[in-house]
Design a protein. Structure first.
Ligand code: FES
Length: 160
C-alpha cells in the first residue's frame, strides 16, 4: 500500500458504533429523531434491549471483537428504569468495564453510557455526533500492541 492509499484510507474512516439502546427510552429517542427528520451521524448500529441492565459485558467485548470502533449504551434516567434498578446495575457494570478497557490502553471515548429519555431526540443527536467525531479522530479500534483481550467476567462475577 502506498502513502497515498494510507492517507485516503484515514480520510475515509467512518467509525462503526454499536449502540445498545433501552426499549423504553433511548430507542424511542432514536425513533423520534428519525420521525422528526433530525440529521445526525449515521454511524450507529442500534441494538434494542429491554433495559440497559440487560447489556452483559460480553456483548461489549463481542462488539469490539467483531469490528466495532465504539460502543454506546443508552438507558433511562436514574429513577425512571422500568425494571427499578436495571440502569443502576448498568452503571456499576459500565464503570468496571470501562476501567478494564482503559487499563488495557483502550481510549475511554470508545465506550460510553448515557441516560437519554424518549423525549430527548436532540440529546441523542448530540451524543451520536460527538461520539462519532471523537472516534473518527481516534481512528479505527485496535487493541494496543501486546494487549490480550480479557475473558469477559461472567455475569455472576459482575457487581449487581
Ligand atoms: S428500562 Fe430503560 S434502563 Fe431500565
Amino acid at each position: 500500500m502506498s502513502d497515498t492509499d494510507t492517507t485516503e484510507t484515514a480520510a475515509a474512516f467512518e467509525p462503526t458504533i454499536v449502540a445498545f439502546f433501552c426499549n423504553w427510552c433511548t430507542y424511542l429517542a432514536a425513533d423520534l429523531a428519525g420521525t422528526s427528520r433530525m440529521k445526525y451521524a449515521p454511524n450507529a448500529r442500534i441494538i434494542r434491549v429491554m433495559c440497559s441492565g440487560r447489556v452483559d459485558p460480553q456483548f461489549v467485548f463481542d462488539a469490539f471483537a467483531k469490528g466495532a470502533d465504539g460502543v454506546l449504551i443508552g438507558g433511562c434516567h436514574p429513577g425512571d428504569c422500568h425494571y427499578q434498578e436495571g440502569n443502576t446495575k448498568a452503571l456499576r457494570r459500565f464503570t468496571l468495564l470501562r476501567r478494564m478497557l482503559t487499563d488495557l490502553g483502550v481510549e475511554e471515548e470508545r465506550i460510553r453510557l448515557e441516560w437519554i429519555s424518549a423525549a430527548e431526540a436532540d440529546r441523542l443527536r448530540d451524543v451520536m455526533n460527538e461520539m462519532a467525531d471523537q472516534i473518527r479522530a481516534l481512528g479505527p479500534f485496535r487493541l494496543p500492541d501486546g494487549a490480550v483481550a480479557p475473558a469477559a467476567p461472567r455475569r455472576e462475577e459482575v457487581p449487581a
